[in-house]
Design a binder for this molecule. Structure first.
Ligand code: ZN
Length: 409
């Protein structure tokens, strides 16, 4: 069998970063009728390119299959809309944007971000591949092109609508299989002195904080600033500034410009690059060791669940996030170790987790069955959920989080 090829430099991918086995797509929740049918499992085998160091999951699932009718509406999350508003206010001030400017957002979803641009009287345009979501944005009055971005689309869109002063591609860069063509599309949308911002989960945070449950099929590239610079350079773009954000467990927001008009990169760029070099992200060997960390975390969780079962204790889950499915499928946890989970989303209640077939109930199930332990699957929201679950202490329930280290409290 031929080795998969690097999506940045085209070399053979022969080195493993971490292999999480196989799993169904993490958002493919099942109803009762689907339990007796087959499910397709795809590899979650993350590679690192020994030439350019891009950490990546081969495109086992095509973007068209995942994103053409995506069910996630960004406006459902109030904190996400607020994050977008802060970004827009900061970008408009920093770049001096006014009514003569054009702002383009790629993967503009339902207009959660561009509505803030429009409210400032600045012209804006969205590019969103999911037709059902693009329709919602248009109904809000946000002009939206329904396309996947690549160099050809970027060239067409800028010919029809003009070139942009600001292009935002926040939280989409890691989710495109052909990342170089996508970066060239971003460049095609931009004026020669325009600015591009990208937000990406930071590989350094993934490694140091053991966020291996953020590995899933739609997440194709796991980027550092070192590799982001290399991808953007392929499209004639230079990173001039970077911010470290707390979103998604730790993200980077890069500010880039066409190389011919880019000023010297800021001190913050040098600082993040130095952090990455110190952590070894400038060499293949520096990425080794993550696989062992992940195995140890899995062993701790499975050990705990088996011990609990031997002692006759009951364990239920809290939450049914996509990341929980990576964790549970990798660990091979089934209903015998985790009786059920609960979720506040009425869409998920009555369904089953993909792969593991663990049932999802409404949160009231906890008070009915009084489990001894509750495993918090969206453990990044640990503080908020611990407060929500205070009532479970009445029957002596203890809570546990699987990562960054297994902890029972
Ligand atoms: Zn490569």
């Amino acid at each position: 069998m031929n080795a998969p090829k690097c999506r940045l430099c085209g070399d053979d991918l022969t080195q493993t970063f971490v292999d999480l086995g196989t799993s169904p797509p993490c958002e493919s929740y099942l109803d009762a009728d689907q339990l007796d049918r087959g499910e397709t499992f795809y590899p979650l085998h993350v590679r690192i390119c020994s030439s350019c160091l891009l950490v990546q999951l081969p495109a086992y699932l095509a973007g068209e299959d995942i994103f053409s009718h995506y069910a996630y509406f960004s406006s459902y999350s109030e904190s996400w809309v607020a994050h977008a508003k802060r970004y827009v206010d900061a970008a408009v001030a920093r770049l001096d944007l006014d009514e003569t400017s054009l702002v383009v957002e790629v993967a503009s979803n339902d207009g959660y971000l561009l509505q803030h641009v429009r409210d400032l009287g600045i012209r804006c345009l969205g590019i969103e591949p999911a037709a059902n979501i693009a329709e919602v944005a248009r109904a809000k009055g946000i002009d939206t092109v329904c396309e996947f971005l690549g160099e050809a689309t970027g060239t067409e869109v800028s010919a029809a609508h003009g070139k942009a002063d600001l292009v935002a591609a926040n939280n989409v860069f890691a989710h495109v299989p052909d990342i170089v063509d996508f970066a060239r599309g971003l460049r095609a949308l931009l004026k020669d002195d325009g600015t591009l911002t990208i937000e990406i989960p930071h590989l350094l945070r993934l490694i140091e904080d053991r966020l291996y449950d953020t590995i899933y099929h739609e997440h194709y590239s796991y980027l550092s600033l070192i590799t982001t610079q290399r991808v953007l350079a392929e499209a004639g773009l230079t990173v001039v500034d970077v911010e470290e954000l707390t979103t998604h467990g730790g993200s980077l927001r890069t500010w880039s410009m066409p190389t011919e008009s880019a000023p010297e990169p800021s001190a913050r760029v040098a600082k993040v690059l130095a952090d990455e070099r110190r952590a070894g992200l400038d060499t293949v060997e520096g990425h080794a060791g993550f696989a062992q960390v992940v195995s140890a975390a899995r062993d701790d969780l499975v050990d705990f669940l088996i011990q609990a079962r031997r002692e006759g204790a009951t364990v239920a889950g809290y939450g049914a996030p996509g990341k929980g499915n990576t964790l549970l499928n990798h660990a091979g946890v089934r209903e015998d170790l985790l009786a059920y989970t609960v979720d506040r989303s009425t869409f998920k209640q009555g369904m089953f987790l993909p792969g593991t077939h663990i049932p999802i109930h409404a949160p009231e199930k906890l008070a009915e069955t009084k489990p001894d332990y509750i495993l918090i699957l969206p453990w990044n929201l640990r503080e908020e959920i611990t407060a929500q679950l205070a009532y479970t202490r009445e029957w002596g329930a203890r809570l546990l989080v699987p990562l960054p280290r297994l902890e029972v409290y």
